[in-house]
Ligand binder design. Structure first.
Ligand code: HAS
Ligand code: CU
Length: 549
């Protein structure tokens, strides 16, 4: 049935995957254009024509890059790996849910993008109240979220079916990780769904006059923090399961990898208040509790770093590496499937350290609402995650289309990666530095009446724009690479899923007792959120009218 042996995949699955991946890169291109322009505006280098606003571009950039590019890529990647690891094809019902999700998300994306371009939704990607968008923008967001749920259900159903036919067997790790990530996603999106349905939609239609701002932001960050792990975990899936195979080695430990995903499921959600440390109206105790939990969620990333070093070293030594760092030489530096994600890992070390700075209450007072934070997330999501997704693309597209990755493509991919890293060094480096000097985020070009502080900031803003220009070249080269991949020579490209090292421990069966984990998540959420949210509802203060920029 439609099984294409040259690819080892069902044609109907590959078209579902490709639709998601190509849509993702379309969003990256449009979001990249917005990013370039806003960088140049902020650097004082251009003025926007046709009454296009800076904040309008900033909204388009954030929504298309951070929300749309990521979500489409992630769903496409997960469906491909679930199909591969569960026997080569998807259940028909899962495939249908995947397409239903794609349709709903695309409808939402198109409507939202049009509204942003019409300047009817200039509310940035966090759509904080009291900034008010057209109600249809929020309705469009509901389509995107509900669409992603459909794809999540598709994965769950396929997984349940596999479990039934393979009783007693341990689920292939790729699918296990996809299930954990989607569970986290669904629990997390409940928060934003409540915010949008019960607060923002009634308020923007004018059915109610005011909105409880603190509550809306808390519901947003209940979702917004796990959102960043929804981006990160698929990158970790590549680091844990794909990269060992690409370098010719094995996974260091199956159990450790699964345990880290369970820890992400447990600790990703009850930590959103670390985005609201500087906000009034939330008792310090609850900020403290959530900062402690934030430090818990750092642990699985440290475990990941450890596993990766172990994988690299174990492989290096198995092929004869000597000395403390000899294994470094054994890594396949001219293989883009390795090189791009590796640069992502490398950059995640300073990126994660920056996150730990943010999470520390006193230091947060220094960096909050400055360009430092913008620098932080351009290293995390826009470099560690994005470069990993690019690295996946180089083999995923050929594997889906029955084509091969040529040496020339490897070279182009490595050049693309280097351009990205250099552009980000300038852009994010300047953002971090000028953020420490106090330059605010979410601000168009201004000289602040030539205040001495602002005079100091200007060179950094120009360096940011130069980095942005380099990055834009990186976006264009990535799109060129994708077009070339789609036209690469025909042939077989393997889907690289690693095996586990013989030295690894057995995987405990408790890891798949989802009921237990979800139960603990619910308890943690109640501990972290029940009291502060109750306070916000019973003592709402004065609600805010909407503001439109
Ligand atoms: Fe963050 C703000 C805290 C991780 C994204 N973050 C943001 C925002 C975004 C974002 C988008 O506590 C802005 C939201 C907005 O618009 O307002 N973040 C953290 C912490 C972590 C963290 C504690 N963030 C991420 C990730 C993101 C992301 C991941 C996207 C993907 N973040 C914050 C806080 C704020 C914040 C506050 C609010 C700031 C404010 O005031 O507004 C941690 O998860 C980080 C843990 C990571 C590590 C690194 C482990 C290293 C690894 C690599 C190993 C490398 C190898 C290769 C093996 C501890 C795994 C090396 C090989 C060699 C040979 C050397
Ligand atoms: Cu966070």
């Amino acid at each position: 049935m439609g099984m294409d042996t040259a690819k080892g995949f069902d044609r109907r699955d590959t078209s579902l995957v490709l639709a998601h991946i190509l849509f993702a890169f379309g969003a990256l291109l449009i979001g990249g254009i917005a990013g370039l322009l806003q960088g140049l505006v902020r650097g004082g280098m251009i003025k926007l024509p046709y009454e296009i606003g800076y904040y309008q571009l900033l909204t388009a950039h954030g929504v298309l890059m951070a929300l749309i590019f990521t979500t489409y890529f992630i769903i496409g990647f997960m469906y491909s790996g679930v199909a591969k690891s569960l026997g080569g094809y998807l259940l028909p019902i899962s495939r249908k849910l995947g397409w239903l999700g794609f349709g709903l998300m695309s409808t939402g994306t198109i409507v939202a993008t049009i509204l942003i371009l019409l300047n009817k939704a200039t509310v940035l990607y966090t759509f904080y109240a009291p900034l008010k968008a057209s109600p249809w923008f929020y309705v469009a967001l509901v389509f995107v979220v509900v669409g992603s749920w459909m794809s999540g259900f598709g994965i769950f159903i396929n997984y349940r079916y596999w479990k039934k036919v393979n009783q007693g067997k341990t689920t292939p790790i790729f699918t296990f990780m996809a299930v954990a990530t989607m569970m986290m996603w669904i629990i997390a999106t409940l928060g934003v769904a409540i915010e949008v349905l019960f607060q923002l939609i009634p308020w923007s239609f004018g059915w109610v006059e005011t909105v409880n701002v603190v509550l809306s932001r808390t519901l947003f960050w209940y979702f917004g923090h796990p959102l960043v792990y929804f981006w990160l975990l698929p990158a970790y899936m590549c680091w844990y399961v794909i990269i060992p195979k690409v370098i010719g080695g094995k996974m260091f430990s199956d159990a450790l990898a699964r345990l880290s995903f369970i820890m992400f499921l447990l600790f990703s959600i009850p930590v959103g208040l670390h985005h609201q440390l500087m906000e009034p109206g939330i008792t310090n105790v609850w900020k403290y509790v959530q900062v402690v939990l934030t430090f818990m969620v750092i642990i699985p990333s440290l475990m990941t770093a450890f596993s990766l070093f172990a994988t690299f070293e174990q492989h290096g030594r198995s092929v004869g590496a000597k000395g403390l760092f000899g294994w470094l030489k054994k890594l396949p530096w001219n293989d883009v499937r390795f090189f791009a994600p590796f640069m992502g890992m490398l950059i995640f070390i300073p990126a994660g350290a920056g996150g730990i700075v943010n999470a520390s209450h006193e230091l947060n007072a220094v960096v909050h609402n400055t360009l430092w934070v913008t620098g932080h997330f351009h290293l995390t999501v826009a470099t560690s995650v994005a470069l990993t997704f690019f690295g996946v693309t180089y083999w995923l597209i050929p594997a889906m289309t029955g084509r091969v990755l040529t040496p020339k493509m490897h070279r182009l991919g490595i050049i693309q990666t280097l351009i990205w890293v250099v552009g980000m060094f300038f852009m994010s480096g300047s953002m971090h530095t000028v953020g420490l000097l106090g330059s605010p985020r979410r601000t168009a070009f201004t000289t602040y009446q030539d205040h001495p502080d602002a005079v100091l900031w200007m060179p950094y803003h120009v360096a940011m724009a130069i980095g942005g220009m380099i990055l834009f070249i990186g976006v264009i080269l990535m799109i060129v690479n994708i077009v070339m991949l789609l036209n690469a020579p025909k042939g077989y490209t393997e889907y690289p899923l690693a095996e586990v090292s013989e030295k690894a421990e057995q995987t405990p069966a408790i890891f798949e007792r989802w009921g237990v984990w979800v139960g603990i998540v619910v308890v943690l959420i109640l501990v972290a959120y029940a009291m502060p949210v109750t306070e916000m509802i019973t003592n709402p203060g004065v609600g805010s009218k909407g503001f439109v920029t």
